[in-house]
Design a protein around this ligand. Structure first.
Ligand SMILES: [Zn+2]
Length: 452
């Protein structure tokens, strides 16, 4: 009954004007949200077990009685992976009639993942996003332009739905060249711009040269951004840049930053989040279960993203907990002579180098005697390679003493190469850390081990 009451409050929040919705939702006690999550989880689990071929067969094979499961963690080592979506096909996951679909653009496989949704789900995600944008300050008098890539991608569609509830002016530019966007967007006087982080960075470089205009904030989704790059964008526009975190599989936003920019406030109404295996710092792969989806629900979906669940209250006062800024994709974590490294390590080494935080990519190869870590850096600065190398090594020594120790012990070589801006990124996403060490099949077990 209590959970039912909470459900009514939540429905009301999503149906109200965002201003009243924000006020109402902040009054919700956390125990009521937990109860509602539990009921929604059990409903989703029953639906999946009854109607989805994949879940029905998996639960049967594992002798899982869904009636006895009250929380995803009780499903033991059962997970849904991106590979499951690719190899079984989305049809095996369907529990209802699809009305629309979107695709992922991953860095791990050329095959996209296809995910189906209903229009009701789209509307609810839009209402939820409207509440979160209202909290960041979007009002009906604002002028929103988005440069999200609209090709099979979920973000522009959810955004369009959200701004409709906020009743503000909205224009979809699509992901066009930043220079063209700058010229064509300007006459509309947009004061809120949405785009991918790397694209917003390029736009800001143009605005720095040709002039910016008054902006309320910029909003980035689709990938991570370094704090250096954020600072650069914010300086150019004299406005904050907020980030959101989501996946196509989750139908967009799993969490969004508040004005503190210290982690993403989770959408606990629509998802149950877990990090089943964490390291000593509390970071682990994010696993989530959808709670309000009835076309293609996902149970314990492995996000492949490394983060930490933060339940301490945020000084902003918003009632839901947070996810820490994503550190890396799990498949970008590499164990090599340098140590256990991921993209955030190189973000940190490059912090303060080269102003606008350029694109970079690390390729790990087998050197003659030890691992070779190649740091490819885009730069438009006049600082020479030798000087850049000296700063990189100084940062390595000061910021990562363990990795420095391994360097001094000759456990790996670190090479820096520099190239002009725009050289590294070929697709929508740039894989930051690439392991090119030769893989050979291990005789006998069919497993793969690294050649040494
Ligand atoms: Zn906050």
């Amino acid at each position: 009954m209590l959970a039912k009451g909470m459900e009514i409050i939540e429905r009301a929040v999503l149906r109200l004007e965002p201003r009243q919705g924000v006020r109402l939702i902040n009054l919700s006690p956390s125990w009521a949200i937990k109860r509602m999550q539990r009921e929604r989880f059990q409903r989703t689990l029953r639906l999946a077990a009854e109607r989805s071929r994949f879940y029905r067969e998996e639960f049967k094979r594992r002798n899982i009685d869904v009636a006895s499961i009250g929380h995803p963690s009780q499903l033991g080592d059962f997970y849904t992976t991106g590979e499951d979506l690719r190899s079984h096909g989305p049809e095996a996951f369907l529990t209802g009639r699809p009305e629309t679909a979107f695709e992922t653009t991953g860095t791990t496989s050329p095959l996209p993942k296809r995910v189906f949704f209903s229009n009701r789900e789209l509307e609810e995600m839009g209402r939820c996003s409207a509440v979160s944008l209202y909290r960041l300050g979007v009002r009906s008098e604002d002028r929103v332009i988005s440069a999200f890539d609209s090709s099979f991608w979920v973000s522009p569609v959810v955004l369009k739905m959200a701004v409709q509830f906020l009743k503000c002016f909205h224009l979809e530019a699509g992901k066009i060249q930043p220079a063209e966007f700058y010229e064509r967007a300007r006459p509309y006087g947009p004061n809120v711009i949405f785009g991918e982080p790397s694209w917003l960075l390029r736009l800001s470089e143009i605005a720095r040269k040709r002039g910016s205009w008054p902006m309320k904030f910029l909003f980035a989704g689709g990938e991570n951004i370094t704090e250096d790059a954020r600072e650069y964008v914010e300086k150019v526009w004299e406005a904050p840049l907020y980030l959101s975190y989501g996946q196509t599989e989750s139908f967009g936003t799993l969490g969004a930053e508040c004005e503190r920019k210290d982690g993403y406030h989770r959408n606990d109404l629509f998802f149950l989040f877990e990090t089943p295996e964490v390291d000593v710092t509390g970071y682990g792969e994010l696993v989530y279960t959808t709670l309000v989806r009835d076309v293609m629900p996902l149970i314990r979906y492995r996000s492949s993203d490394l983060t930490k669940i933060v339940d301490e209250p945020c000084p902003c006062g918003f009632f839901v907990g947070r996810l820490a800024k994503i550190r890396a994709r799990c498949d970008e974590m590499i164990v090599c002579g340098m140590g256990n490294v991921g993209p955030w390590v190189f973000d940190e080494i490059l912090r303060g180098i080269n102003g606008s935080a350029p694109e970079w990519q690390v390729v790990v190869k087998h050197g003659e005697q030890r691992d070779l870590v190649e740091l490819h850096l885009e730069t438009d600065s006049h600082v020479g390679k030798g000087e850049l190398e000296r700063v990189v090594l100084r940062h390595l020594r000061e910021r990562f003493p363990d990795f420095w120790k391994n360097y001094e012990m000759n456990l790996y070589d670190l090479h820096l190469t520099i190239s002009p801006p725009g050289a590294l990124r070929k697709g929508r996403k740039l894989r930051r850390v690439v392991d090119r060490r030769e893989m050979v099949p291990f005789q006998g077990t069919g497993r793969e081990v690294r050649a040494i």
